[in-house]
Design a protein around this ligand. Structure first.
Ligand SMILES: Nc1ncnc2c1ncn2[C@@H]1O[C@H](COP(=O)(O)OP(=O)(O)O)[C@@H](O)[C@H]1O
Ligand SMILES: [Mg+2]
Length: 276
């Protein structure tokens, strides 16, 4: 599990987190939401250890691998498929060793491990991820340098998905995906075998791909189990209870506010609605 305990962090004297606490159980798919500038991307950097907390702690299982798309893949002459395959560092190292090892015991060990990690199906898996993100078979053999920054972000996303980290951190991935790619990612995340944290304003994606919402609000974190719509309904109920009575002039009971924000008809795609 990922345990965020009483964290404090500020940027240029402005606190983004004050005694914020949340626990994310292993394997959960979680949408991280909050208004722009609240500190969502900063929280990812704190989880990755790229920034140092001013107080509190963030703990993960000791050998957990954290993965995210920090930036686009480099514009070099390595093919897309090889770039993605190289993201599984253990497999890449074992494949290299298999070519050069001379000790029969070590060769046997390497082959066993390659078989354990399903190394032989790796190319098919990498190809299927790239395909889902919009690269057909001939594209996959082209060098990264043939693509612009936005497309190289997709390759970076493919690489991190392929490497299957224990904690997959995705920061607004639909910014560089088209609708087809976003839909493919939604389905992929549902089946992803480990913990996922995704920052997104896309309500449809949050409703389909995650089972919990981590809400960054007023420098605190709150964890809600359920889809985005369930979260929104709970928040509306909380606000209705907290609202002063004179604000609900048209409404005799606080519950009216909940009913009025409850289940409106959903617009058809592609009018993807913003969450937050
Ligand atoms: N490198 C930086 N230098 C100065 N301010 C920053 C820097 N990075 C982030 N901030 C500020 O920190 C706040 C939180 O940023 P961020 O974590 O990116 O928010 P979010 O991802 O929720 O939109 C913002 O107000 C932003 O302006
Ligand atoms: Mg951000």
């Amino acid at each position: 599990m990922l345990k965020i305990s009483n964290i404090n962090y500020s940027v240029e004297g402005r606190p983004l987190f004050e005694e914020a606490t949340a626990t994310i159980p292993t394997g959960h798919k979680v949408g991280l939401i909050g208004r722009n500038g609240a500190g969502k991307t900063t929280l990812f950097k704190l989880i990755r250890g790229e920034l140092v907390l001013e107080g509190g702690s963030i703990t993960l299982p000791s050998r957990a691998r954290i993965g995210g798309v920090a930036q686009e893949v480099p514009s070099n002459d390595v093919s897309l498929i090889d770039t993605v395959l190289a993201a599984d560092k253990e497999r890449a190292a074992l494949m290299a060793e298999a070519e050069t090892a001379t000790d029969p015991h070590r060769i046997a060990e390497v082959q066993t491990r390659l078989s354990d990690i399903d190394a032989w199906s790796a190319e098919a898996r990498a190809a299927s991820i790239l395909k889902g993100l919009g690269f057909d078979q001939p594209d996959q053999l082209k060098p990264c340098s043939a693509y612009s920054g936005g497309w190289r972000m997709r390759v970076a996303l493919a690489a991190v998905l392929f490497s299957q980290p224990d904690y997959l951190l995705l920061d607004e991935p639909t910014n560089y995906l088209d609708l087809e790619g976003a839909l493919w990612l939604e389905n992929y995340l549902v089946k992803y075998p480990h913990t996922v944290l995704i920052i997104s304003h896309d309500r449809e994606l949050l409703n389909r791909s995650v089972g919990a919402i981590l809400h960054l609000d007023d420098r605190k974190l709150a964890y809600y189990t359920g889809t985005y719509d369930q979260f929104a309904a709970q928040r509306a109920a909380q606000r209705a209870v907290q609202a002063p009575p004179q604000r609900n002039r048209n409404c005799t009971a606080p519950i009216c506010k909940v009913l009025s924000t409850g289940s409106r008809p959903r617009p058809a795609r592609p009018n993807r609605r913003r969450a937050g």
